[in-house]
Design a protein around this ligand. Structure first.
Ligand SMILES: [Zn+2]
Length: 479
């Protein structure tokens, strides 16, 4: 058990040290058409099947030179059904699938590159996707965009964007899958490109570059989770890491995990901090532009979030909250609150005195925080900065769940957003009344669309925060 824990810690350290360590990918390349099926015919006489095969081989060579493993669905001019292509792909245990085609249109003026992927938001009744593919959309879309970007950059073809379409090879597999339309054989200029060996090589380099940026799926347990888009985005930005190919989105977030995430976005353990205690605000300043614009589409997630919330257990955390609260009150008796900004409440003494405590709270030894805890330094700094307070029994409980109320209060405290206050008269949660120690933070986060209630009328302050909820909250804050 202990050994296992150390392995996890070691891997986490590796991730921190080598966050962009390029992983070798296993790629299936599918040259479209073949044999009796020539595909589109070019205005210059080119056959699509030949162009597709040539570019596929070029991409294969480039990727293999860079250390990736590549499987081709066909290596010569043979006919293979779409079903067989997918079947073969599913047997490979590969990371991704790319089908390579050239386009044609009855309007000869149309030219450019586009990439097709299956989008589960627009299911086609007549062409249902495989179960796996219907949850892989975020990955396929990410891959599609990377490959399109690579192609446009290298080959300088016209950017026609992404297209969501239920084509067979993009909707029936079990791994992230896309179909690349390199250029139009029906357009003179594009057909000339496809005829030119060096232009095809550029296309291949662009496609390979795009493929190479793809981060293989690690969080298999989160694939069909409502928070997957946020989870992927944070993972791509090296903000979250899982364990053994899983993210455990529905698991309760621990206090240590929460502080570790806060440190990743506010950098309070960075080397700069000790020189100037005041600079704890700087990370916030760096981030403030981004956090001003929570995206509206994510509001749609809130109802799903509500549903999910029902699953979380909330048996013990009321004690935690109460004790945290008691502890605040205890500490407040010996600090003055001159920098408080919550005029509306005299009874709510909890959120204001923290920066004063920076000098008053000494880093004490918590009974349950050993120096070899993976988050020791982070927790140590969080206490020093007054972001969190220990419990009266001299514990800090790093591995225990953190409640939604605590997350709200501590997030606000670290963010140190003195200028923003929740608008008055927004006390819309039945379970968050005005006098509560967390009320101001809860309503502020609600107003900023960072953390919604579990229903329209309930916030669930004493429920455990889940790892998925944190991912969405941080995603909304940063992106
Ligand atoms: Zn084709």
């Amino acid at each position: 058990m202990e050994k296992c824990k150390h392995t996890v810690i070691f891997l986490m350290i590796l991730f921190v040290i080598f966050p962009n360590y390029a992983q070798a990918l296993k790629v299936v390349l599918d040259a479209g058409h073949g044999g009796k099926d020539p595909g589109a015919l070019g205005v210059n006489g080119l056959k699509e099947k030949d162009v597709n095969l040539d570019i596929s081989f070029k991409v294969k060579n480039i990727l293999e030179e860079r250390g990736h493993e590549v499987v081709l669905t066909r290596e010569n001019d043979t006919y293979i059904s779409l079903q067989d292509r997918v079947k073969l792909t599913n047997q490979q245990n590969a990371d991704l699938f790319v089908s390579i085609h050239a386009n044609a249109h009855h309007d000869p003026s149309i030219k450019g590159s586009l990439v097709i992927y299956y989008n589960n938001q627009y299911p086609d009744k007549d062409y249902p996707a495989s179960t796996a593919m219907s949850v892989l959309t975020p990955y396929s879309k990410t891959l599609a965009q990377s490959v399109l970007n690579g192609l446009i950059t290298e080959a300088e073809t016209k950017d026609l964007g992404l297209m969501s379409k239920a084509v067979y090879v993009a909707r029936m597999g079990s791994i992230p899958s896309i179909l690349v339309e390199t250029a139009f054989l029906s357009n003179e200029e594009d057909a000339a490109r496809l005829f030119d060996e060096s232009e095809r090589q550029k296309m291949a380099i662009g496609i390979a570059n795009g493929i190479e940026t793809f981060e293989p799926i690690t969080f298999w347990d989160a694939l069909d989770h409502w928070a997957i888009t946020s989870i992927i985005r944070l993972q791509d930005n090296d903000l979250i890491f899982g364990y053994n190919n899983s993210y455990e989105p529905n698991r309760s977030l621990t206090r240590a995990e929460f502080l570790a995430m806060m440190d990743r976005i506010f950098y309070f353990t960075s080397d700069k901090a000790p020189e100037d205690e005041q600079t704890t605000q700087d990370p916030h300043d760096n981030l403030s532009d981004e956090q001003q614009t929570p995206t509206t589409e994510e509001n749609t997630e809130s109802t799903q979030e509500n549903n999910l919330e029902e699953e979380t257990e909330s048996s013990e955390e009321s004690d935690v909250s109460d004790q945290e609260k008691n502890n605040h009150e205890q500490n407040n008796t010996n600090t003055d609150s001159n920098e408080t900004n919550d005029e509306e409440s005299t009874s709510d003494n909890t959120s204001e005195s923290d920066s004063n405590q920076q000098t008053k709270v000494e880093t004490k030894d918590f009974k349950d925080l050993s120096t070899d805890h993976w988050a020791f330094k982070i927790i140590h700094e969080a206490v020093n900065n007054g972001y969190i307070l220990g419990y009266p029994d001299e514990t800090i409980r790093p591995n225990e769940p953190i409640s939604r109320a605590e997350v709200s209060v501590i997030f606000n405290r670290i963010w140190n957003e003195n200028e923003t206050e929740a608008t008055e008269a927004t006390f819309l949660y039945e379970d968050v009344s005005e006098g509560k120690w967390y009320a101001e933070s809860v309503y502020l986060l609600k107003e900023l669309s960072l953390l919604n209630g579990i229903t329209e009328t309930k916030f669930g302050p004493e429920r455990n925060m889940t790892r998925a909820e944190l991912a969405v909250m941080v995603d909304r804050f940063l992106y």
